[in-house]
Structure formats: C-alpha cells, structure tokens
Design a binder for this molecule. Structure first.
Ligand SMILES: CC(C)(COP(=O)(O)OP(=O)(O)OC[C@H]1O[C@@H](n2cnc3c(N)ncnc32)[C@H](O)[C@@H]1OP(=O)(O)O)[C@@H](O)C(=O)NCCC(=O)NCCS
Length: 145
C-alpha cells in the first residue's frame, strides 16, 4: 500500500536512508523540510498496516508536482520486488506526469539500470553535483513501453 508520509514513519525512513545513501543521507531536519515543501507528494510504501500486525515501511518517494524526483529509496531487504517501480509508476499515474526526471550519481549503476528499465533516458550531466561526483540526469517523457 502506498500512502502519504507521516511523522511516525520517520525512524524507518531514516534507516532506509542511511542504508541507501551512505555517502550523503538526508537527516531529520531535511526530511521535516521536505515534508513541508512536498506535503502531498512525499509517499511511503507500507506493508501490513491493514492486517493488524506492526506496519513495515519498505520504501519512500518524494517528488514535485512538475515531475522532479527528489528522492526514492527502498529498504535493501526488499529490493528487486517491484517496490521502487510501483512508487514511481503510482506517482506518474496519480499526477498524470508527462515528464519526470531525476539526478543520479554517476557511480550509482543500480539506480541507473532501474531508471533505464522503466523507460527513462540519460539526457544530461551536471559536473560536481554531489561535491566531487557528477550527476547524470535521467528523464522520461512518455509512458514506458
Ligand atoms: C533504485 C531503487 C529505488 C530501486 O528499487 P527496487 O524496489 O529494488 O526496484 P524494482 O524492484 O522496482 O526494480 C524494477 C526493475 O529495475 C531494475 N533494477 C532495479 N534495481 C536494480 C539494480 N540494482 N541492478 C540492476 N537492475 C535493477 C530491474 O530490471 C528491476 O526489475 P527485475 O527485478 O524484475 O529485473 C533501489 O535500488 C534503491 O533504493 N537504491 C538506493 C537508493 C537510490 O539509489 N535511489 C535512487 C537515487 S536517484
């Protein structure tokens, strides 16, 4: 199930964040700020919330209403099960986004493969976007085949 982020999800999100972006994880003030900036488009993927057991946050996505993916991450234990794809496709579908784009570290081959698999193309490069590392811009302008 995908739903809006709630502050009670913060501990789980921070754990996912630290495992997903060890070089530059967002901290609590950053997530609070992002929630303020994107109150309707900061979503989490939750399992077990309706079943009575303790809900488990498997991943999250933050994006702008014009299609900029600010961040997406999935708990390493739950990767390659379609969670990232579902978060991204749900964002595109719900907001009827005709163009979506993201920055990806040049060294992040897993995320690049993920985006390319979902129909994105590499459209640019921003030198030193991450300090000493370049970012690739990935973009999708039409539904994936
Ligand atoms: C990128 C990320 C969000 C993908 O989440 P996910 O839930 O594992 O992705 P999905 O299971 O939906 O993958 C969909 C398809 O993308 C491709 N893919 C995803 N991750 C991949 C990887 N690490 N290597 C190669 N292909 C990959 C596969 O083709 C996959 O389909 P398949 O498993 O049936 O072969 C996740 O790996 C992650 O959190 N990474 C760390 C954070 C990050 O880099 N975020 C993006 C920053 S811009």
């Amino acid at each position: 199930m995908i739903r809006s982020f709630s502050f009670s999800d913060l501990d789980s999100i921070l754990q996912i964040e630290q495992q997903s972006f060890p070089k530059s994880p967002y901290d609590v003030p950053t997530f609070v700020h992002l929630r303020w900036l994107y109150p309707d488009t900061f979503w989490v993927y939750v399992e077990g919330e309706r079943g009575g057991e303790a809900p488990q946050i498997l991943g999250y996505i933050i994006f702008s209403r014009d299609g900029h993916i600010i961040s997406i991450a999935v708990d390493p234990q739950y990767r390659r099960r379609g969670v990232g794809k579902e978060l991204l496709e749900e964002a595109i579908k719900t907001l009827r986004l005709e163009r979506v784009w993201a920055e990806v570290r040049k060294s992040n081959l897993g995320a690049q493969t993920f985006y390319l698999k979902l129909g994105f193309q590499i459209t640019g490069l921003v030198p030193n976007y991450y300090g000493s590392e370049d970012a690739l811009i990935v973009q999708r302008t039409s539904p994936a085949p």
